[in-house]
Design a protein around this ligand. Sequence first.
Ligand code: AP5
Ligand code: MG
Length: 217
Amino acid sequence: MATFIVLLGPPGAGKGTQAKILAEKTKLAHVSSGDLFRENFKKQTELGRLAQSYMDKGELVPDDVTIKMIKDRLTQPDCQAGAILDGFPRTPAQADALEIMLADFNGQVDLVPYITASEETLVERIGGRWTCRAQGHIYHQTFSPPKQAGVCDLDGSELYQREDDKAETVRNRIRVYFEQTMPLVEYYRKAGKLIEIDGMQNVEKITERLLDALNKK
Ligand code: AP5
Ligand code: MG
């Protein structure tokens, strides 16, 4: 049976950072809704342009298009053994849709690590983040700087700061998270799938805790 892990947590908690490490270690696919929207925008698809109009304001992209995009992604061959979902679901309607689509793939949500951090830390992390243009590798100017400023260690591509990482947009993303995504914490807690992870620790400690929880499952 396939394994599906949902990484839950506010903007800047470290979902993308941990999802990339876990995907490497577990060989599960990394499925990031934010990355998929950004790739679509780069290719100037209709979906990408629509998504960008919401992302620029720090608002959520409508459920119907988001759900369809994830469903398409999960049908790709690299998701056959399962996936680490990063940034999806983000609303109760998305969580319900995920249950239904995973049942079609003979799977279910197995584990929901919920990574928490103080608002001050989130703002500090997002403010110093640099993202790789080619594949979305993640750096921080203080906490995990690249060897050469502005260049990705892994693929040599340019590093950039995300348009939605401006201070005012970040504040709105955090507000939207509390209003629309927080209900999922209770949803998954009630389902017995939630594990809380203190995101204030360093990257390695958090990975250790995540792998430990996964091994116990
Ligand atoms: P998305 O791209 O998912 O952004 P997000 O949820 O706001 O989260 P971030 O990517 O900002 O943070 P992260 O938790 O991944 O942290 P990271 O690992 O990068 O979504 C963007 C937009 O797309 C949304 O606003 C919305 O418009 C749209 N969207 C996406 N999904 C959607 C959905 N399902 N429905 C509707 N709309 C959707 O780390 C942050 C920084 O901290 C990095 O610099 C990193 O190096 C550093 N760092 C990480 N961990 C640590 C640590 N332990 N210690 C020190 N530094 C650390
Ligand atoms: Mg991310």
